[in-house]
Write a protein that binds this ligand. Structure first.
Ligand SMILES: Nc1ncnc2c1ncn2[C@@H]1O[C@H](COP(=O)(O)OP(=O)(O)OP(=O)(O)O)[C@@H](O)[C@H]1O
Ligand SMILES: O=c1ccn([C@@H]2O[C@H](COP(=O)(O)O)[C@@H](O)[C@H]2O)c(=O)[nH]1
Length: 236
């Protein structure tokens, strides 16, 4: 029996690369999608926000001399490609899915319309939100917080490359230790970079908890949905 009825799952774009240097690795996306389908079959309403780091990051474009806002729009378009890939993989695996974009791109993806998204969720379809918030200078973490609040998700599940929130970036500091729970305020005061401060602040203000866990750990998503202890809970 799931402990959660409606979740906003933030999937790392970079995780879609698998062992590759960039892009989308077929086997990896199929494994992730199979885990999403499994929790969907348990009756959990699933909305997904996908990152774009495997294809493009606006800050990187900005750093090499591009106009930052233009680079960010490129980053948002990268998330549209990932969202299409996730939607396609879900449908191929037999799970009904709908992709909705925050940027008008009607020939490719239907636009994000909140009541429509809620209708799809109630019908049991997985909804994949593409193009982040639709605005430059934001991230898909903030989009996850925003859409999570809009659809009344009980929690934002950040499925990422590390298995929780650490005292420091575990990829840089081998002595970093993992928190089981941490408050939004403490995470922001300590400037823990696992999620950007805008996303943390929005979740805190909307009393929307976040659980950070590893996308690479098989079965982790199902364990979270069943209410088992996994990763780190970030709370008010
Ligand atoms: N204190 C910390 N605890 C955990 N991870 C941290 C911390 N500080 C920095 N990180 C880094 O944050 C990363 C996760 O955030 P990041 O925004 O890079 O990924 P993502 O949002 O999952 O991916 P993408 O942007 O591709 O969608 C981890 O891979 C980790 O190396
Ligand atoms: O609301 C948003 C979301 C994303 N972007 C741009 O897209 C890239 C990729 O997203 P990640 O969250 O880093 O995976 C991001 O770097 C931004 O350039 C955006 O502008 N607005």
């Amino acid at each position: 029996m799931p402990a959660l009825q409606r979740i906003l799952l933030k999937l790392s774009g970079e995780a879609l690369m698998g062992e590759e240097a960039f892009g989308i690795h077929r086997g990896t996306i199929e494994r992730i999608v199979a885990e999403v389908a499994e929790v969907n079959r348990l009756g959990v309403q699933v909305a997904i926000v996908i990152g774009g780091g495997n294809l493009f990051r606006g800050v990187a474009g900005g750093a090499v001399g591009m106009d930052r806002a233009t680079a960010d729009y490129m980053g948002m378009l990268a998330t549209v490609m990932n969202a299409l890939a996730i939607g396609d993989a879900l449908e191929r695996g037999g799970t009904k899915a709908r992709v909705m974009s925050a940027i008008a791109i009607d020939q490719v993806v239907e636009p994000y319309v909140r009541p429509k998204a809620l209708q799809y969720l109630e019908e049991g379809k997985v909804v994949v939100f593409a193009a982040g918030t639709g605005n430059p200078f934001f991230t898909t973490d903030t989009a996850a917080a925003l859409r999570g609040a809009e659809i009344g998700a009980e929690i934002v599940l950040k499925a990422t490359k590390v298995d929780g929130v650490y005292t420091a970036d575990p990829k840089k500091d081998p002595n970093a230790t993992r928190y089981q729970r941490i408050s939004f305020d403490e995470a922001m005061v300590r400037q823990l970079q696992v999620m950007d401060a805008t996303a943390f602040a929005l979740c805190r203000d909307q009393n929307l908890p976040v659980r950070v866990f590893s996308i690479f750990k098989p079965g982790a998503l199902k364990r979270v949905v069943l209410g088992e202890d996994e990763g780190t809970l970030v709370h008010v």
